[in-house]
Structure formats: C-alpha cells, structure tokens
Design a protein around this ligand. Structure first.
Ligand code: AAO
Length: 511
C-alpha cells in the first residue's frame, strides 16, 4: 500500500514531464503551419500506422494579419485573442483534428503564445484572423479582453521598452521581446485568462503545450497559471493526467537565465543539442563523431528526463532564434538524415522531428532576406498537403517525417525504447557505432574513407534488413542485408560517398 501511494505520488509529480504518448510511441513531429484538416488526415493515414506519438501544431489562436511582408509565418506569434481561428482552420476543424488524432492514438501539443500579444506597432483595426478588433497603441484587445492594465509597460527598465540586453534578467522578463506587447503575468487576471484559454484546449483533448518565449516569463508566473490547469480529458487519458509541458528557453550557456530555472514547471528545449550535433557532423572546430561517446549530460546538456530535443526548429532552420550556422536542416539533406538518425537512436531526451515547407531562400551578406516567407499558399490561403504516389509530399511541403530514413528511425526508437546505450565503437575519427541493448544497432561513416569493420551488435544472430537503405517488406529486404552471427558480431561496409552513409538494424527488421 505504502509502495502504491509512493508510486502514485511520483506519477503525479512527474506528470508534466510525461508526453502521454500511447505506450511504445516515443517521438513527436512539428507539422509547422499545416492546416488542421491535413493534420487530421496525416494522423490517420500516416502518423498512427508509422508509430509517431504526437504532433506539435502551430498556434491555434487568433493572430494579427501582417501584409508587409505578405502573410509571414511569424504573424502567428502575434496573438489578438484566444479565439480558435487561424489560417490553419476554424475551431470546429481544430476540434475534429484533436478528436480524430486522439482516436488513432496520436496526441496534439499546442504551441501556446501567452507571453505577449501583437507588436507595439501593430496599429488598430480588425486585420486579424477572426476579424476581432484590437488597438495595439492603446493596448486594447477587447476580444480577450485585455487592456492597458494587463501589460508590463510600467515595469520594463529600458528606455526603449524593448529587451535590449540578454544579460539583464529583468529586462528579458519584463520588457518587449522584438516589440511584442508583454503581458503582466504577475496579475491574477492575466494568469486566469491564460489558464482559461489552455483549459479550453485541454478539454477539447490536447495532451500538452509548448510554451513559446518561456524565457521571457518568470518561472513562478508560469507555475501560477499551470497550477490552474485541468487534468487531461478522460475520454483519451487516464484520470489525473497533467498536461505535458515543454518550455522554449534558449540557453546556450552564455546568458544568466538558465534552462534549469524552469524544470519545476516541465521540460525545457535543449538548444545546445542541435547546435552541437550540427557542429560535429559538419566537422567544424575539430569536432568528430568519436566525441559523441558521452553525448548527452556528458556534453553539459540538461538531465535527459527534462530535455526536449530536436535537430532544428522552425526558427533556427531559417536563421531566427539561436543555434547559429551549424544547425542542420532539410536543405543539407545528407547530413540532416544522419543527425536525425543519431538523435533517434540515442537514448537522450524526448525527441521532436521537424516537418517543414520549402521557400525561396535568398542570401544577401550571409542572411536569408526571405526568412519571413509563409507556408505554401494561394493568395494567402494555406495550400493542402498533397501526397505523391511515392508517399512524399507535394505543394512544396517537405515532410521530412515521411523520408524513409527518418520515418524508419522513428520506428527504431520505439523498438529500442527503454534499452541501455551499449556496444559503443569508434575509429577515433568519424566512424562510430552503438547499440541499444539487444534490440537495435546503428553504424555511421562520416569520414572521407570507407568503413569496413566487424562489430559487436549485441543482437541475436540472424539476418536483418537495414532500415536506412530500405524496408523489410513481405519477409524480404528492399535494401542492404546484415548478417549477425550467433556471437552478436556483424560485418559492416559503408562507402564514404554513399547517399546515406549509415546503417541501422533492429529487432523488428529481422527476417
Ligand atoms: C516580428 C518581426 C520583428 C518585429 C515583431 C513585432 O520579425 O522585426 O519587431 O514581429 O512586430 C517570431 C519571429 C520574430 C517575429 C515574431 C512575432 O522569430 O521575428 O517578430 O515571431 O511575429 C528570442 C526569444 C525566443 C524567440 C526567438 C525568435 O528568446 O523566445 O527570439 N522564439 C519564439 C518563437 C518565435 C517567435 C517568438 C518566440 C515570439 O519560436 O518563432 O518569434 O513569439 C539570443 C537569445 C534568445 C533570442 C535570440 C534571438 O540568442 O538568447 O533568447 O531568442 O537571441 O533574438 C547566439 C547566442 C544566442 C543568441 C543568438 C542570437 O547563438 O548564443 O544566445 O546568438 O543572437
């Protein structure tokens, strides 16, 4: 009895770190700027059958319409109200998506923009996605409602009212980040209003939240509104389940605000992860894959059970946010597949896959002046995600999550879930391999010469399909076959010029 009480107490305390994915599903995918109708279909036709745990969706609440530049993706980070209508769809389409995804065991996580409203220069009128009136100058958002009292203007200690210096923790929290009107989260009215918005989403059936710009909110203010949240909808979740929380705190180790200040509220985005992994795979600064032997906490990252990890996100894939030039994206597809493969094979952190759209990049003096371009659209209306006969996406949707190498590594992570990190091997350079107990093994060659080695895999003897070069279909491999002998050893050969210079095998790819 005592033991059970202890267990349930731990379960309760830990709940905000638990993504509440269906058992055996270990990754989520950010379907950036997708329409709700397309996400609902994707849950049913692809994500559920392929073992994805959930979807991070773009902000579902009403935002300002920006016409100059025309309909940038970032207009969705400028709230006008908490009504659920955006370019992704209406409230009824949102509800339909949440229901249909949950019904096939795929969870929905909402990108919650609650630190601020629109930019201070946003003007006045009804240029907003549900047509609600607002007046940025007078701080009036009647559709919420918020008024001047609900903003931090009086509290900010910089002359401009903007965050000017990330080394001053007070301005980061009390001033406007890139001009965005900063909500006074110490006010109970503001906390209750935000909680009411999030509770409406919880009651609809969402499983948790990405808290946008969490670094710009005091951890105690976040706790105050989280304490007001409902438990998850018992139609799909066990009684007493708390929403999954992951907070966007950019902590690359150079500023006074630390991600660890936010652990009490939930998980935190580990931005060092993608920045460092990109540096290693690009072989910049003398980095090599051999150094990945102690990847994770050993590299100064936060504890694994607090980390939300990703190779790139919607900001740093286009030069916003942080991480710098080392960040790998679909534009560098060869290294990108290796990075995502490494992330999904490695036990550290809770993993999020990025799913992007293509845009016309235009670099001037090293900066992409087209970093604002919004999703594929017809006169501003977001285009449907079409599916090609080869299962890739059309209409300029990249759908990294549908690339065979990535989709199959999502399955790999599910198969090796809970298994220890084992059988590390490296050549002292950029050829490395490791296993996950007796369930999976992966080998990389990022050197300029071929890999040709017999390695201990830890797997039972037999013939396995490599899930990078192909699939196991009808008891046969469409790609490379790997023979593991009864002592667990197998011979691997990977050319340095292969399009995908890595091989992965697992318990369910065995013939
Ligand atoms: C747009 C326009 C603005 C205009 C504004 C208002 O672009 O010119 O003033 O509207 O009219 C997104 C876009 C913004 C956009 C905004 C609203 O990215 O361009 O502004 O929507 O439409 C900081 C925040 C972080 C934020 C990131 C972009 O801390 O929270 O900036 N990310 C989230 C979202 C993002 C969204 C918002 C927040 C706002 O994911 O999509 O903005 O809702 C340092 C700090 C970081 C800071 C960066 C960038 O990073 O540490 O905290 O992120 O600077 O300002 C090295 C350092 C690293 C440093 C980095 C970059 O790597 O080690 O620490 O350099 O300097």
């Amino acid at each position: 009895m005592k033991f059970l009480l202890l267990l349930s107490a731990i379960g309760f305390c830990w709940a905000q770190y638990d993504p509440h994915t269906q058992s055996g599903r270990t990754s989520i995918v950010h379907l950036f700027e997708w329409r709700w109708a397309d996400i609902a279909l994707e849950c049913e036709r692809y994500l559920a059958p392929k073992g994805f745990g959930g979807v991070q969706v773009s902000p579902p609440n009403e935002n300002i319409i920006v016409n100059n530049p025309p309909r940038p993706w970032w207009e969705r980070y400028q709230p006008i109200s908490y009504k659920l209508c955006t370019r992704s769809g209406s409230e009824s389409e949102f509800r339909d998506m949440v229901t249909r995804c949950n019904n096939v065991g795929v969870r929905i996580y909402v990108d919650a923009v609650v630190n601020h409203m629109c930019g201070s220069g946003g003007g006045a009128g009804t240029s907003s996605t549900c047509g609600s009136y607002y007046n940025a100058g007078s701080r009036d958002f009647p559709a919420v409602p918020y008024s001047g009292w609900d903003f931090n203007d009086g509290k900010c200690n910089t002359g401009s009212g903007e965050v000017e210096n990330y080394n001053d923790i007070y301005q980061v929290r009390n001033c406007r980040v890139v001009g965005l009107l900063d909500l006074a989260l110490e006010k109970d009215y503001v906390r209750s209003t935000i909680a009411a918005y999030l509770n409406r989403l919880i009651d609809i059936g969402v499983a948790g939240f990405r808290l946008d710009a969490a670094k710009h909110m005091w951890p105690g203010d976040i706790k105050a509104f989280l304490d007001k949240l409902h438990n998850l909808n018992t139609k799909w979740f066990p009684q007493g389940s708390k929403p999954f929380i992951y907070q966007e705190v950019i902590d690359l180790g150079t500023e006074p605000i630390k991600g660890s200040e936010y652990f009490g509220n939930g998980r935190v985005t580990e931005f060092k992860y993608g920045a460092k992994l990109g540096t290693v795979l690009r072989r910049w600064n003398g980095e090599k894959m051999a150094y990945l032997k102690n990847w994770g906490e050993g590299w100064g990252f936060m504890p694994s059970d607090r980390a939300l990890v990703f190779v790139d996100n919607h900001d740093n894939q286009r030069g916003h946010g942080a991480g710098g030039a080392s960040i790998l994206t679909f534009w560098d597809s060869r290294l990108y597949k290796m990075a995502v493969g490494f992330m999904l094979a490695h036990p550290y952190g809770f993993t999020r896959i990025m799913s992007s759209y293509r845009w016309a990049r235009n670099f001037q003096n090293g900066k992409d002046v087209n970093d604002w371009i919004g999703p594929p659209n017809n006169n501003g209306v977001i285009k449907e995600v079409t599916i090609n006969p080869d299962t890739t996406c059309g209409n300029d949707w990249v759908c990294e999550h549908r690339w065979r190498q990535i989709r199959n590594m999502v399955a790999f992570r599910n198969v090796v879930n809970g298994q220890p990190f084992t059988n590390w091997w490296d050549n002292g350079s950029n050829q490395v391999a490791f296993g996950r107990g007796n369930r999976g093994f992966i080998v990389f060659n990022n050197d300029d010469w071929a890999l040709s080695s017999t390695l201990q895999t830890g797997l039972p003897g037999g013939t396995y399909c490599d899930v990078i070069s192909g699939d196991k279909i009808n008891g046969n491999c469409t790609g490379i076959k790997i023979n593991v002998s009864s002592d667990g050893k197998a011979y691997f050969s990977i050319s340095n010029t292969a399009e995908d210079p890595f091989i992965a095998i697992h318990a369910e790819s065995k013939l």
